[in-house]
Design a protein around this ligand. Structure first.
Ligand SMILES: Nc1ncnc2c1ncn2[C@@H]1O[C@H](COP(=O)(O)OP(=O)(O)OP(=O)(O)O)[C@@H](O)[C@H]1O
Ligand SMILES: [Zn+2]
Length: 490
């Protein structure tokens, strides 16, 4: 279905660090290492989180479509994210645990699985690796030790802080030279720091903390930023390709990630990509502002693919305004595409043999427009416009009769690989990837089919058994008889 192609050398992306669009050249030809700052799992995810996840999912899918093998690492923050950025206040998960009368790890697990469910519903591909901060305490301690050895961090009262003045490059991503982040910080924390801009790598924790670990500086827990430096380097290596996250994470989080890695002597991400915000009434949707709608609430009212269509309808670097009218528009737009694809699929089996040169040429033009849009910093609104252009021509052709089968199959494959594979709007389309929540159903159905085939064989109805096997082969499923019984693979 989707062509296996040579890695496309003509992709351009906007690098936040360089503040301009630049050609994308991965450090290893054909392979992309990508890291995304994932959620802090202390509550159900809202539609703003969905914008970020879908934005980077589409970028990943587009790179796959363009012939790259992508290792996609997205972390789960389950410790150390404090209520305020100034290394003060409670841990978000610990506070939630008190409110819900749960163990902190129960809170983390509960909201992790809720997040996974939301992402599956939105057809977001699972990360290649989904590391959790609490599973990488050793790696974080090691990185902190390297920073202390090199003179870029210091221990103070059982905590460890990054010494911002020792690293003049601090601020290079965001262009911010700030010290106002300390406002409102308790004096005790301020007194522990040499400079108010210094940020925590490790925080001392007394016995009242349920999540704490032994370290060279006593019992404590890691600061929020250090997990991302440690885990991205562990799983993607030095100088990995793309680091993504929300625009609001540029400072202090990403700035801190860069300083922690580079000051310890580890070259960090080569490209920085940031998604803009989902807004409501012009304001960022956020948990703390209370102006949020959870993904679950949205999915109770709207088809998941319509939600996804709404999100890809604006560019990842643009704001998406959330409103009922926006949903109305998305519903109509999505229906237009899916109805055209449905009609094409219905007509393929009985279409006349051969091709239709005029429609073929139109399809090629729209596919080209779609791919050009995606090569240009993953411009999804332009890509969607190309799918609408395709739909206009396809509908006109379908109204005039039924085009040749070869052409109709090409039309179907274009919808599936571009709308499905790249934008994730229909199941199917990417090599090696299938709609995720279909897997249990497929497994159960295959178990039934194999059982039926076994029964045929036991009753010596070999022709029927072979017909089943051949039918499966026709859709790419191979059945093998092993000494432990039949096995299938695709
Ligand atoms: N409205 C939004 N639009 C797009 N991305 C968002 C939005 N809100 C949060 N994100 C992204 O989701 C990730 C996690 O955000 P976070 O958990 O801080 O959510 P939040 O609602 O902003 O919470 P809080 O208000 O407590 O800071 C970040 O990368 C952030 O950029
Ligand atoms: Zn991060």
């Amino acid at each position: 279905m989707t062509r296996v192609r040579e890695p496309d050398p003509n992709i351009v992306l906007y690098d936040t660090m360089q503040r301009r669009k630049v050609p994308f050249v991965p450090s290893t030809p054909g392979r992309v290492g990508m890291y995304l700052c994932g959620p802090t799992v202390y509550s159900d995810a809202h539609l703003g989180h969905a914008k970020k996840e879908v934005a980077f999912d589409v970028i990943r899918r587009a790179l796959m479509h363009f012939g790259y093998t992508v290792r996609y690492v997205a972390n789960i923050t389950d410790v150390g994210h404090l209520l305020d950025d100034s290394d003060d206040g409670e841990d978000k998960i610990a506070r939630r645990a008190v409110l819900e009368q749960l163990e902190p790890m129960e809170v983390a697990d509960k909201y992790f699985w809720s997040f996974v469910k939301d992402m599956d519903a939105l057809n977001v591909l699972k990360p290649s690796i989904n590391p959790r901060a609490t599973g990488h305490i050793g790696e974080q301690i090691k990185l902190i030790e390297e920073l202390i050895e090199r003179g870029h961090a210091y221990a103070s009262a059982g905590s460890v802080y990054f010494d911002v003045r020792s690293w003049p490059e601090y601020g290079k991503l965001s262009g911010r030279k700030l010290d106002d982040q300390e406002e409102g910080t308790r004096e005790a924390v301020r007194d522990e720091k040499r400079d108010p801009r210094d940020f925590a790598l490790w925080k001392h924790a007394g016995p009242e903390h349920l999540m704490r670990w032994d370290s060279p500086w006593g019992m404590g827990f890691p600061g929020w930023h250090i997990e991302c430096s440690a885990m991205s380097l562990k799983y993607l290596g030095e100088g990995f390709d793309i680091h993504g996250g929300g625009l609001d994470l540029q400072f202090p989080h990403h700035e801190a990630e860069i300083a922690q890695a580079e000051a310890a002597g580890h070259p960090f991400a080569r490209y920085w990509m940031h998604n803009n915000m989902l807004t409501i009434g012009g304001e960022k949707m956020s948990k703390s502002k209370g102006n949020f709608t959870t993904i679950q609430d949205v999915l109770a009212q709207h088809d998941a693919m319509v939600v996804r269509f709404l999100l890809v309808g604006s560019h990842y670097r643009s704001v998406t305004e959330f409103s009922q009218e926006a949903f109305e528009g998305a519903r109509n737009g999505y229906r237009r595409l899916s109805e055209a694809l449905g009609e094409v699929e219905r007509r393929v089996p009985a279409a006349p043999p051969g091709a239709d040169a005029a429609l073929d040429a139109q399809v090629a033009t729209h596919v080209q427009a779609f791919e050009d849009a995606m090569r240009d910093d993953f411009n999804t609104p332009r890509a969607v416009a190309a799918l609408f252009g395709l739909t206009t021509d396809v509908n006109a052709a379908l109204n005039a009769g039924t085009p040749g089968q070869d052409t109709l199959e090409r039309v179907r494959d274009a919808y599936r690989s571009l709308g499905g594979g790249v934008l994730g709007l229909f199941a199917d389309g990417l090599p090696g990837v299938q709609a995720q929540d279909d897997a249990p159903v497929v497994d159960a159905l295959m178990a039934l089919v194999l059982k039926a085939r076994q029964n045929y064989r036991l009753t010596k109805q070999y022709a029927e058994a072979d017909t089943l096997r051949d039918t499966l082969a026709g859709v790419g499923v191979t059945v093998e008889d092993t000494k432990d019984g039949p096995r299938w693979r695709r």
